[in-house]
Ligand binder design. Structure first.
Ligand SMILES: CC(=O)[C@@H](O)[C@H](O)COP(=O)(O)O
Ligand SMILES: NCC(=O)COP(=O)(O)O
Length: 237
């Protein structure tokens, strides 16, 4: 079974546009859970342009499904993980002002740093996942950091899906088997949507979790949040 974790960054983007508390990110998170989300993902960025660190604290008191916090492991990120002890922390190598996540970790160059960070996060009982490109050379070094899971960075899959989906998914299938053979859990995310999700799931049936935000929240404008979450869940059956 592949779990759907709904990324609610874009709800905070909308809230921040007017400075008040509409929409209320905690209420939306709880509604997502009520509508079938099996997890809630947030990615607080250093400039707090969408999710704020206070949101992370508030959400941690409310979310009852799997709470997944993504981000670059700077001092503030590490502090908030220590305080909140979420079910999962996903380490992403984003520099501070990047528009959105655009790369996985170079687990060869950053292996030692990641080892220390993973160990520290796991000490607080949090499962760790490492955002990673679908390139075989990064998987053994990823395993040696002690991480529990990897999250496949799916933007290249999503952007090539409409050109040649078999070719687009091929590197993902290859590394998914490597991850499984190494005993790593497997997540995926970035630019997944109602068009490309089912083919990814069918190609890698043993995916543990997908986290989806941008497209899902856009679809909710047309179909409503409850219908949309159910539609995404059906792609994962
Ligand atoms: C880590 C990842 O894949 C991203 O998709 C991220 O969580 C999205 O961040 P933004 O919402 O800031 O674009
Ligand atoms: N980890 C990926 C994520 O949380 C959502 O990415 P996107 O669907 O907003 O591209």
């Amino acid at each position: 079974m592949t779990k759907l974790s709904v990324n609610i960054n874009k709800i905070a983007t909308l809230r921040n546009a007017r400075g008040g508390n509409n929409p209320d990110v905690v209420k939306v998170a709880l509604d997502c859970e009520r509508f079938g989300a099996e997890g809630i993902t947030v990615h607080p960025r250093p400039d707090e342009r969408h999710i704020r660190y206070q949101d992370v604290l508030d959400l941690s008191q409310a979310v009852t499904t799997e709470f997944n916090i993504e981000g670059y492991p700077d001092k503030r990120f590490m502090e908030i993980i220590r305080m909140v002890k979420p079910a999962q922390a996903t380490l992403v190598p984003d520099p501070p002002h990047v528009l959105t996540s655009n790369n996985g970790w170079d687990t060869i160059t950053h292996q030692e740093m990641l080892k220390d960070i993973v160990a520290e996060l796991k000490e607080s009982g949090t499962r760790v996942s490492i955002f990673i490109n679908p390139e075989a050379k990064y998987f053994e070094p990823a395993k040696s950091t002690g991480t529990d899971r990897v999250e496949l960075y799916t933007e290249p899959y999503a952007s090539h899906y409409h050109i040649d989906r078999v070719k687009a998914v091929k590197p993902y299938v290859e590394v998914a088997h490597i991850a499984r053979d190494l005993g790593l859990g497997l997540n995926a995310g970035h630019d997944l949507d109602l068009h490309n999700l089912k083919f990814l799931k069918d190609s890698i049936p043993f995916l543990d979790e997908v986290s989806i935000g941008h497209a899902l929240i856009c679809d909710a404008l047309y179909y409503g949040l409850e219908n949309t979450i159910q539609m995404y869940r059906r792609q994962l059956e």
